[in-house]
Design a binder for this molecule. Structure first.
Ligand code: NAX
Ligand code: ADP
Ligand code: K
Length: 482
């Protein structure tokens, strides 16, 4: 069974709602804090520290930190607690009182020395509200310049739990122990980098299902292959891509569609991409013998378009083909599954709304061209997807897939994919899965998983330097082994 605690990705609002629902159900806040503190203390003990510094803010994140300090003190560790800030939450006040009663050393708003080998960062958690104030920034700088190992509670202080952005400055953690569920800010860069190793401490939270999840093997859906079958059972992919300038890109797309199992793959390019036939002779190939696609090519391509159940547009196209793409979307956008990749994505500027059978697969640069306010913001991406009524696979070091309602994060990518052509291959893989009957979201989840996993496994053997999109396509079977 899927473990929701490990795949859910919460925003700060959801995390607060989950806290509230748990407390309303009868679990006391103190109980959650004690559980959080024990989880922190367990990890802290594993470092066998000689001298521990607990750096606490005055909210509940600070409360957890004081409680962890108290537990470690009770276990016999040498612990000191330094507190920074003014407005004390109730949870914090309670923990402070207990720590005083237990005889801990506590200092307020004082500079700390460099004698500690472990720091527990409980300055700010999901309660961060804007840029870090300068007094706290100084403390963060001090933590970062220390040689001690650092454990961050819930999220590194200074990282926005909603975007992963550094809000002025942030703690560089060796380990982050997060409570209940992952938060967006721990998985998107740069927050992911600042978090170090991530651990989830479950606590007794009430079950809370979020619409955002990380992609794990249990949600991958590989299309069935029947014994009694023929090629038409596995779909017909039409790839209209390339240009005289970029003849290589569509070759990778065609290889992706073919190697993921599509029944028929047809590639039509303006320029000469006939090399595809030496890589994979089973692909049906023809060229229009020109530089780019033009609007009036649609008529010539009518039969191929009618036969296809997925059309992939874009890899290797130049902007001179955009009019053609706009026209094709106008004619087929409500009936055919269409994957828009690379330059063809710019065509959607011409439409107020599309339909859920249209997928766009931009990298961040392409996305910013169609949506200037993107920043690092999942909420904006989801809103854009809903408003345009199309599915988006935003490709980056973390790939985000959304239909505006549900969002999935692929964390498997590696720098072996930071090479021209990786995206071309991916659009073919995803299109090939749609052709085999997967719905678009599941095709993106499964396709990106299989491709990124293959790249990762190959990198273990050949290094991230050596891997190429073609090599990935030839070894795609590796990614099927979930
Ligand atoms: N409420 C609950 O039931 C639980 C909460 N938990 C902890 O509580 C945290 C949330 O607690 P809170 O809601 O009290 O918030 P936080 O403690 O995360 O943040 C509030 C504190 O950060 C300071 N702060 C906020 N923005 C700042 C800025 N821009 N610059 C400088 N300082 C800033 C505030 O002055 C305050 O001291 C979670 O991250 C988690 O660690 C856990 O104990 C689990 C249970
Ligand atoms: N550092 C990285 N970590 C993880 N994945 C990456 C990284 N760099 C690139 N990728 C992935 O590689 C692919 C690159 O796509 P794209 O930029 O469209 O390439 P191209 O247009 O050259 O084919 C995307 O799927 C992206 O998610
Ligand atoms: K923290």
């Amino acid at each position: 069974m899927e473990n929701i605690f490990e795949t859910n990705v919460l925003d700060s609002n959801e995390a607060k709602v989950m806290d509230k629902l748990t407390i309303e159900s009868g679990i006391m806040e103190e109980t959650l804090m004690e559980q959080a503190a024990f989880a922190i203390a367990d990890v802290a003990s594993s470092f066998s520290p000689k001298k521990i510094l607990c750096v606490a803010g005055t909210g509940n994140n600070g409360g957890d930190c004081i409680a962890a300090g108290r537990i470690l003190h009770n276990k016999g560790y040498n612990v000191e607690i330094y507190i920074y800030g003014k407005n004390q939450s109730n949870g914090f006040k309670k923990q402070l009182l207990i720590a005083e009663n237990y005889g801990l050393k506590i200092k307020y708003n004082k500079d700390f020395s460099d004698e500690y080998d472990l720091i527990i960062d409980g300055l700010i958690g999901i309660g961060l509200n804007g840029e870090v104030r300068s007094s706290i920034k100084t403390v963060i700088e001090k933590i970062n310049s220390s040689n001690a190992k650092v454990i961050s509670e819930d999220i590194p202080s200074g990282i926005s739990s909603d975007t992963g952005e550094v809000m002025g400055d942030a703690v560089h953690a060796d380990i982050t122990i997060t409570f209940g569920n992952l938060k967006i800010g721990q998985i998107l860069y740069p927050g992911r980098e600042f978090s170090g190793k991530l651990k989830i401490a479950e606590l007794s939270f009430k079950k809370f299902i979020s619409n955002r999840k990380i992609i794990t093997p249990d949600i991958i859906k590989v299309p069935n292959r029947k014994k009694d079958s023929h090629k038409y059972d596995y779909g017909n992919v039409l790839i209209l891509a390339g240009s005289s300038k970029y003849p290589g890109a569509p070759i990778l797309t065609a290889l992706g569609a073919q190697r993921i199992g599509a029944g028929l793959v047809t590639l039509i390019t303006p320029g000469d991409s006939s090399k595809i036939l030496s890589f994979e002779p089973s692909i049906i190939y023809s060229s229009l013998n020109k530089n780019n696609f033009e609007k009036n090519d649609l008529k010539k391509l009518n039969d191929e378009i009618e036969r296809a159940n997925v059309i992939i547009l874009g890899p290797g196209m130049t902007e001179d083909s955009i009019e053609f793409v706009v026209e094709l979307i106008k004619k087929q956008g409500r009936t055919k599954n269409i994957v828009l990749d690379a330059e063809s994505i710019q065509a959607i500027k011409e439409f107020e709304s599309l339909s859920e059978n249209i997928l766009i697969t931009p990298h961040v640069g392409e996305m910013k061209k169609i949506f200037k306010n993107l920043k690092n913001n999942i909420f904006e991406l989801e809103r854009f997807s809903k408003q345009k009524k199309c599915i988006i696979m935003l490709k980056s070091s973390i790939t985000t897939i959304t239909d505006g309602e549900k969002t999935f994060f692929n964390l498997l990518g590696s720098s072996s994919l930071s090479k021209g052509g990786s995206g071309d291959l991916l659009s073919g893989i995803v299109g090939g899965l749609i052709a085999q009957g997967l719905d678009t979201i599941n095709a993106c989840i499964t396709g990106s998983y299989i491709m990124y996993k293959t790249a990762k496994e190959l990198s273990n053997e050949y290094t991230e330097y050596f891997i190429t999109p073609k090599l990935i396509s030839e070894n795609l079977y590796i990614g099927f082994k979930l």
